[in-house]
Each structure stands twice: as C-alpha cells, then as structure tokens.
Design a protein around this ligand. Structure first.
Ligand SMILES: Nc1nc2c(c(=O)[nH]1)N[C@H]1C(S)=C(S)[C@@H](COP(=O)(O)O)O[C@H]1N2
Ligand SMILES: [Mo]
Length: 317
C-alpha cells in the first residue's frame, strides 16, 4: 500500500505535533480518496460496536496500525483459552462488562471503588497508537483509546509507603472457560513500580480503533505499558492495589526463570525458549516479509530509559 510505505519511518520516532497533524491530513484525504482500507487510522471497524473516540495524541507512533481484524482475532487472553482465536470466539459471548467495578485500595489516602461508567468520565480520552511487543516475538501497532493511568492514581493519593502497584484481573469460572486450565494461578496478576505506573506513556485503555474495547482485548478496561512485553498489559482489571513490597506477578510465579518482574522489552536478554532479538509484525507475514529487529524498551527508550538508570537490565529482566 502506497501510504503505508511512505509513512513507514524509523519505529523509535515519536511524532512531533506538526508532522503528526500533516500525517492525519494525509491519511484523512487518503481515506476520502478510497486509498486506505482496513489499515486506516481509526475508523470504527465493527458497525455494531459502541464508539469511543479519543483526541489523537502526539505520543502516538507514526507506524501504520495493524489491521483491526488481526488485532481483534489474534489475542492472548488465557482466561478464554490458550489458542490465539479462543478469546475472540468465546469472550464476546461470555464476558459481562456491566455492572463492573474496580477496587482501588492499599497504600492510598482515598481508597475507592469506581464504577466503570464513572471511570469512563474521569479524564479526557486520547487516541494513542502504540507498538505492542509480545514475548512470543510478534508485535502489533494498536490505536488504543484511554487516558494515562496517572490520572486515576493522582485521585486516590498514594501514601509515602506506596512503592508498587498491583493489578488484578477478573477470574470468573462462569464466564471464563480458560480458568479450568492450570496454565496460570488465577486470577491473572501484574505489577509495576509506582514510577512506571505514573509514567505518562502508561495508559488505562477503554477502547481501540475508535470503539469500546472488544471483549477479547480486555473489556471494559485494561492496562497498556508499551515499553514492556505484552503480558504486563493486564486485561479486564478489577482491582488496583498500592503496596510497599514488589507484587508477585502471575507469569513470574509460574516460571520465575522465564519471566521477571520488570519485563522491559530487551533484544539483548533472550527468553530461555527463544531469542528476543527480532520480531514478526502481525499482518506482515508473507513470502517477502522481513523480521524486524526488536528495539530496547520497544523503541520507547528516549522516554523511559531514565527509570532504570544504574540498573543491570540483565539481572532485572
Ligand atoms: N487478563 C489477562 N491479561 C492479559 C493476558 C491474559 O492472558 N490475561 N495476556 C497478555 C499478553 S501475553 C499479551 S501479548 C497481551 C495481548 O493483548 P491483545 O490480545 O489485546 O493484543 O495481553 C496481555 N494481557
Ligand atoms: Mo504476550
């Protein structure tokens, strides 16, 4: 696709505002001219899905988004099964996203239980096009809709003892057939250091492609941490707890030699079962497709490397 090649610039580049606005215009006119189909920037892709628009963010990558049909059918959401198509097959029919509450507690001055409809109104929605890198060595580019997690954190006022944030996701055997399998010790739990959670790139996402999140992508709300392997981006959150001690995340609990707490994307630290040096971009498979080199911090190093200054990233993987 013509537009795709012209815009396929260095992946580490974050779009300066002017460039990004020009790109918007370019894409808009391309859409109007019928040049862009499924890979256009953020048209709603499922006519039945409720819309969730967001103000385009200058923190977006300029890379073309992975087509909607891939982002919403090639999923990891083990609560609905371990095959890539299982979540799309089961979650839309089974996951009940209303009523939905999120408990925010632990080391905070204002512990609160939020109703999802109040969370949707908490801060202005932005569209953030981020790279997502799975530890399985594939990647995607997703136009998320959400707001910085910091918006929520500020409102509950962490105490001086809050050093980490633990995220717990829904585990309901009635809705989630995958819980019968013992691949993980349910519920799925993830964790971040408080400064990582407060980082402006860390997103609380409620939508993608201009729509409310499809069930299989973590409805009604999920975490998105673009410089870490995809498994840190926990789906279908029900609890956010502030702690003094480092939380034990599910993947580290299940296989401590394979998954650490930090899980920053790092081409120099191999997974015991395979190299992390390169990746396959979803939608680019084919005879002539090339593997892409994986970038340290998934290309977000300019913005996040300072969080890890002085740390041995081979030890803290
Ligand atoms: N609750 C929950 N969250 C999860 C997972 C999961 O199995 N359960 N899989 C993770 C993994 S491994 C990845 S790569 C991303 C995938 O997000 P996507 O399917 O929306 O692309 O979700 C993450 N969040
Ligand atoms: Mo993943």
């Amino acid at each position: 696709m013509l537009i795709r090649h012209r815009l396929d610039i260095a992946p580490s580049e974050i779009t300066p505002r002017g460039v990004w606005q020009r790109r918007r215009e370019l894409v808009r006119s391309a859409v109007a001219a019928g040049l862009l189909g499924a890979a256009g920037v953020s048209p709603a892709q499922n006519p039945a899905a409720p819309k969730l628009p967001g103000k385009p963010s200058p923190l977006s990558t300029m890379e073309p988004p992975t087509p909607y049909n891939l982002v919403t059918t090639y999923c990891n959401f083990y609560e609905f099964g371990t095959e890539k198509e299982d979540p799309a097959r089961h979650a839309p029919k089974r996951l009940k996203t209303r009523p939905w509450r999120v408990v925010v507690d632990g080391e905070v001055k204002q512990p609160r239980t939020f109703d999802i409809d109040d969370l949707l109104k908490l801060a202005p929605m932005e569209e953030r096009v981020y790279r997502l890198r799975c530890v399985e060595a594939w990647s995607a580019v997703v136009p998320w809709v959400g707001y910085p997690l910091a918006e929520l954190i500020r409102r509950v006022e962490p105490t001086g003892s809050a050093k980490y944030v633990e995220f717990t996701t829904l585990a309901d055997p009635q809705q989630m057939p995958g819980l019968r399998s013992r691949v993980l010790d349910w519920p799925y739990v993830e964790g971040l250091r408080l400064d990582e959670a407060m980082h402006p790139l860390t997103l609380l996402a409620f939508g993608l492609y201009g729509e409310v999140l499809p069930a299989q992508n973590g409805a009604p709300l999920r975490l998105v941490v673009p410089w870490k392997y995809g498994f840190k981006s926990a789906k279908s959150l029900v609890r956010i707890r502030f702690t003094e001690k480092q939380p034990l995340n599910s993947w580290q609990k299940s296989a401590p030699h394979e998954y650490g707490f930090y899980s920053n994307v790092n081409p120099n630290v191999d997974h015991p079962r395979g190299s992390q040096a390169t990746e396959r971009r979803l939608g680019e498979d084919g005879l002539f497709s090339r593997r892409r080199p994986t970038l340290i911090f998934n290309g977000y190093g300019d913005q996040v490397a300072a969080l890890y200054a002085g740390m041995d990233l081979k030890r803290f993987y």
